[in-house]
Design a protein around this ligand. Structure first.
Ligand code: PLP
Length: 453
């Protein structure tokens, strides 16, 4: 494990057993707990997490792709402390400078007309609002999203989230339709140079440079959805630039561009869900959509001004959206991304890590695909490369538990829960990447040894 000179405080809070008891007695059964013996986390420092016994872990999941600049980055913590001493909370019915400073900084990082900001409390809430605005603005109702995509778990966003594990058996999603996920690894079509990644699939194809048959076929599927499932005029198309929960699925180059054109021809708005891909994580660009050379009408946090105006037809209010402490933290995060060169780091370390992981793919029959860009990475596990059948989730869990015991925390996801999701704080180093790959390799070897016995 790479060295780290940070010394965590001694844990002096609830004993582990008591935490487990409270969880059982006082928390909703809805709460998920990762690992057979769930971790009790105590402290975080940059890319590191410490449990209640002082054990250190390399965090490859960043609080589910939320900690961008590093756990408790001193500059961000400092900004929060200063704002806490000044003003904890007021709502946006008053002027307060943290909101205005943040709005200016954030919109300056967005291209084109994406200059009107509305702050909410979560990604689901932002997506709810984006869909609602698209309907108000266009006067149309139907919304298209990609199968396997995740856009939140609120009743409104569950219509566009397309993973049945998240869908309760109740009426929801009126006017929401899905189209085939253009997954060039697992999907029907895919080849050897479809995606914008340092690592391509092991599938072959004979497309000439500049053309992509997989892209054409998946676009035909979208046309089919538009011709058969939705009304002829639509409100919106919502897609992540790279799927997050869906397992870092990347679409063929040019897919989003053509999809946006088709949607606009039918009067719809294009919404980029940047909840996981924004803020430089993909390395090549600040926003994931820029890697597809498209210009959305709404990004989950910002949108074109004329669309924003549609919302003013009725009152809309959000008590905590734009809270001074949250805005002060947001501003500090934007500064740190620049000062610490984190977008560049994502590109350099992400590419390094992807290429190293691709060696695991070449070595192990059960590593089917390695994909992604920057520090937005997926490693999909299969029973064998020929059939690409998903490795059962309980088998992946064995490898994932080994990783935890060897000091590395990974995410997991994908339609079949057979993909490791690697989206660490953006301060990850090459040394950490080496460590992560050696742990994954050891964990896979251990799994295979046991399976062979
Ligand atoms: C792409 C994407 N959109 C929306 C959401 C919902 O965000 P939240 O959990 O903050 O509601 C998520 C959460 O993981 C996400 O990954």
């Amino acid at each position: 494990m790479p060295p780290c000179d940070f010394v965590p405080e001694k844990y002096e809070s609830l004993p582990y057993e008591r935490v487990a008891e409270v969880r059982k007695k006082n928390l909703s059964a809805l709460y998920l707990a990762y690992y057979k013996k769930p971790l009790l986390l105590h402290q975080g420092h940059m890319q590191w997490l410490f449990d209640h016994e002082g054990r250190r872990y390399l965090d490859l999941f960043g609080g589910i792709v939320t900690v961008s600049v590093g756990h408790c980055h001193p500059k961000v913590t400092d900004a929060a402390k200063k704002q806490l001493d000044r003003l904890w909370h007021t709502t946006n019915i008053y002027y307060h400078s943290p909101l205005y400073e943040y709005a200016e900084k954030l919109t300056s990082r967005l291209p084109g007309k994406l200059k009107a900001l509305y702050l909410t409390n979560s990604g689901s809430e932002a997506n709810d609002l984006a869909l609602h605005m698209a309907r108000l603005h266009t006067g149309h109702y139907d919304i298209i999203s990609l199968r396997s995509g995740y856009h939140g778990a609120s009743p409104y966003t569950l219509g566009v989230t397309s993973l049945s594990a998240y869908k309760p058996d109740v009426p929801l999603g009126f006017g929401c339709h899905t189209t085939m996920c253009p997954d060039v690894f697992r999907g029907i079509w895919g080849g050897s140079h479809c995606r914008d990644s340092p690592v391509q699939t092991t599938r072959t194809c004979s497309c000439s440079p500049g053309s992509c048959e997989a892209k054409d076929r998946y676009i035909e599927q979208l046309k089919d959805t538009l011709e058969t499932s939705s009304a002829s005029r639509i409100a919106a198309f919502m897609a992540e630039p790279i799927m997050g929960v869906g397992g870092a699925v990347q679409y063929p180059k040019g897919f989003l561009k053509e999809a946006y054109e088709l949607v606009r021809e039918r009067g719809g708005l294009c919404i980029a869900d940047e909840v996981q891909t924004g803020f430089g994580r993909t390395g090549s660009h600040y926003w994931g959509f820029q890697g597809h050379e498209v210009m959305p009408d709404i990004v989950t946090m910002a949108k074109g001004i004329e669309i924003a105006a549609s919302l003013t037809r009725s009152l809309h209010f959000n008590t905590f959206g734009g809270n001074p402490v949250a805005c002060a933290i947001g501003s500090a995060v934007l500064d740190v991304i620049e000062e610490d060169g984190l977008q560049d780091n994502c590109k350099t370390v992400g590419t390094y890590l992807l290429l190293k992981l691709s060696k695991l793919r070449d070595k192990f029959e059960i590593v089917g695909d390695v994909r992604g860009k920057g520090l937005m990475i997926g490693m999909e596990m299969v029973t064998d490369k020929k059939t690409r059948r998903p490795l059962p989730a309980q088998e992946l869990n064995v490898i994932w538990e080994h990783c935890r015991h060897l000091g590395v925390l990974c995410g997991k996801g994908g339609l079949y829960n057979n993909t490791f999701r690697i989206k660490p704080p953006m301060c990850l180093t090459k040394e950490d990447a080496d460590f992560a790959v050696s742990v994954l390799e050891a964990a896979i070897n251990k799994y295979l040894d046991t399976a062979a016995r």
